[in-house]
Design a protein around this ligand. Structure first.
Ligand code: M6R
Length: 608
């Protein structure tokens, strides 16, 4: 959370930084600011609110090339306000910083700095950084940052600027992402490649403990002891068109419609000429899959729901137990792990702090780790023993949609692969199942091509303030995901519940103004689900069923039916997910909500 950008080069500096902020706005949007080297000093403009509030102030900033830093904030310490917006300046206004992360010992540092005469202007943890650098500054910004950073406890990606060193940016990174974008005669530092993708696709991911000094034609990375460090340059695997709305009114809607592609791209190219399923990323012998006797998924939010879904699939295809933990609780449970337990971290961003902590705990226990992530080169991908990429492309909308479906594709693949490698699944079964999965692409397209009923339901129920989503078996995680989608973008209270559990409590909530969405495809629990629907109806709550095309019977006991194509029972979440995402989307739009940037949320949660 928080997006930071640094630029040095010949392009109009303010406009280039602002463009980068626009690309990173999904990371946080409660306040924003820019700091630019100008006339031997640093000019800072900042504002409470999102970038639309900052934009009118850009007019009188220099239109020519130069060097500067910028920030869009998701508040952790200090309320969203103009004073707390970044950049922050030192006492003399000669050094500026933008920061993403949390400085845990800031109060102790602030007390010391104040007693030595420093005056603070904000109520943020970040401001101590710039005062510490000021205290260590002897004409060399890199050296000052190197001297200051060991005093910091916590997480940071920070970029500094000094009025006395024209054309120089200095970055430091620990546990929050920071990337270098390498252009021709210009360079960038940013929280994500999206910030500079319109200008260059060549990038370097900084690692924990790295310090970097950047000018328009040079860059050098040092460790905290001043030793020089080599890092690999990589090419970002997509271009700037992937992060534009492409004619859609919102990124979320565009990303919902990109799901057939995301689904297919994640499955594509997995069959070897010898007709075996191959996941090349897992063939590097860093762990022996035949030795594994337990699997634990760790993840948060939508990724947690994809993991839960994975458990249903895998347990059917494998002979070992599969557990799923919410990352932020995993650590407290302090589970006993050993080298035969595979810990699978599922994350869109690959930067989520809670999931990173779970991965590190696993490593400390000697358990092998596998990351299922979407962002190439992300921290989780780098720190895990193996990585399976979801190929959903960049996702800008804060609500995860296409990356959810891509994660589901990845966990199906993983289940098949593990079953194959452990000698439990026949090659013909694996091949056939992979083909079935690929064929689902067409079914997803069908759902996206016929949205009239979804829109009608949204229109009819968008003023309700509570929703219950019910599912059983593999559709239970989807009920949770559908509820999460609705609550995060429309601010409606929604719960996803196992249908059989409703009678043990939530049924008390039901009344005629409390709609229940029942996921009731034609599968082995259809009759049981119907029983639950009757229980709801007996309490006069309206029922919206999501059911199998052609199921006329269900009509008689529901107010509305959203039909999805008939598929094998284990694949219903794949065709129901887009319909439920669209339902949430239309409800939110009808309530006038900003679906791409819901309040209080950030796309990448890099604090615990
Ligand atoms: O990047 P991650 O997948 O690790 O993120 C996990 C959650 O923060 C994320 O899924 C969040 O719940 C989304 N807003 C859901 O739409």
């Amino acid at each position: 959370m928080c997006g930071i950008v640094g630029y040095t080069g010949p392009r109009p500096v303010a406009a280039t930084l602002f463009h980068g902020l626009r690309r990173l706005e999904y990371r946080g949007y409660d306040s924003a600011g820019l700091g630019i080297q100008e006339d031997g000093g640093i000019r800072v403009i900042k504002r409470r609110g999102n970038l639309d509030h900052l934009e009118p102030l850009l007019g009188d900033l220099p239109g020519e090339g130069g060097t500067g830093i910028a920030h869009t904030r998701w508040a952790t310490h200090g309320v969203p306000s103009t004073e707390n917006a970044h950049p922050h300046l030192d006492c003399r206004g000669r050094i500026a910083v933008v920061h993403n992360g949390i400085i845990e010992n800031y109060q102790e540092l602030e007390r010391g700095l104040t007693s030595r005469g420093h005056r603070f202007r904000s109520r943020t943890d970040t401001e101590v950084l710039v005062h510490l650098v000021e205290e260590n500054y002897r004409g060399d910004l890199l050296e000052a940052v190197r001297a200051a950073m060991p005093k910091i406890r916590g997480t940071y990606a920070a970029v500094f600027l000094s009025a006395d060193e024209p054309g120089v940016l200095v970055g430091a990174r620990k546990d929050s992402p920071l990337l270098l974008g390498l252009g021709e005669g210009e360079n960038f530092l940013a929280s994500a490649t999206l910030a500079f993708l319109d200008f260059t696709r060549r990038a370097v991911s900084l690692e924990n403990g790295d310090l970097v000094r950047v000018t328009d034609d040079d860059w050098v990375i040092l460790d905290i002891n001043g030793g020089s460090v080599e890092r690999k340059v990589f090419e970002v695997p997509f271009d700037a068109t992937a992060v534009q709305k492409g004619g859609y009114s919102d990124f979320m809607l565009k990303e919902i419609h990109e799901q057939p592609q995301a689904w297919m791209d994640t499955l594509r190219g997995r069959m070897s000429p010898g007709n075996r399923l191959r996941i090349e990323e897992l063939e590097e012998d860093r762990f022996d899959l035949r030795e594994i006797n337990r699997i634990i998924f760790v993840s948060c939010g939508t990724s947690y729901h994809a993991s839960l879904l994975g458990r249903y699939v895998m347990e059917g295809w494998m002979d070992i137990p599969v557990e799923v933990d919410i990352s932020s609780e995993f650590y407290y449970r302090a589970p006993k792990l050993d080298p035969r337990c595979l810990v699978v971290a599922v994350s869109q961003s690959g930067e989520t702090a809670d999931t990173m902590s779970a991965v590190r705990w696993a490593k400390r226990c000697g358990a092998p780790t596998l990351a299922v992530v979407n962002v190439v080169g992300s921290m989780m991908a780098r720190e895990s023993d193996g990585v399976l990429y979801t190929h959903a492309g960049p996702e800008i909308g804060v609500a995860a949609t296409k990356t959810f479906l891509a994660q589901v594709a990845a966990v199906y693949l993983l289940g098949l692969y593990l079953g194959q490698e452990r000698g439990l699944l026949e090659p013909e079964f694996v091949r056939h199942t992979l083909r079935e999965l690929e064929d689902l692409t067409g079914r997803i397209e069908e759902v996206l091509g016929d949205t009239d009923t979804v829109e009608r339901c949204a229109d009819k129920y968008c003023r309700c303030e509570d929703f219950l989503f019910l599912g059983r078996n593999i559709n239970y995680p989807l009920a949770m995901e559908a509820a999460l989608k609705l609550k995060e973008i429309s601010y409606i209270h929604a719960e996803g519940y196992p249908a059989g559990e409703m009678k043990h409590g939530p049924i008390a909530l039901l009344h005629p103004g409390f709609p229940v969405v029942a996921l009731i495809p034609r599968d082995s629990v259809y009759e049981k689900m119907k029983g639950n629907v009757e229980e709801v109806r007996a309490r006069q709550a309206p029922v919206i069923a999501v059911a199998t095309q052609g199921d006329a019977e269900i009509r008689s006991c529901c107010e509305e039916v959203i039909y999805v194509p008939e598929v094998k029972p284990q694949y219903y979440p794949v065709v129901m997910a887009p319909a439920l995402q669209l339902f949430a989307y239309h409800v939110a739009k009808m309530r006038g909500c900003n679906v791409d940037q819901p309040r209080n949320l950030a796309k990448t949660v890099t604090v615990e």
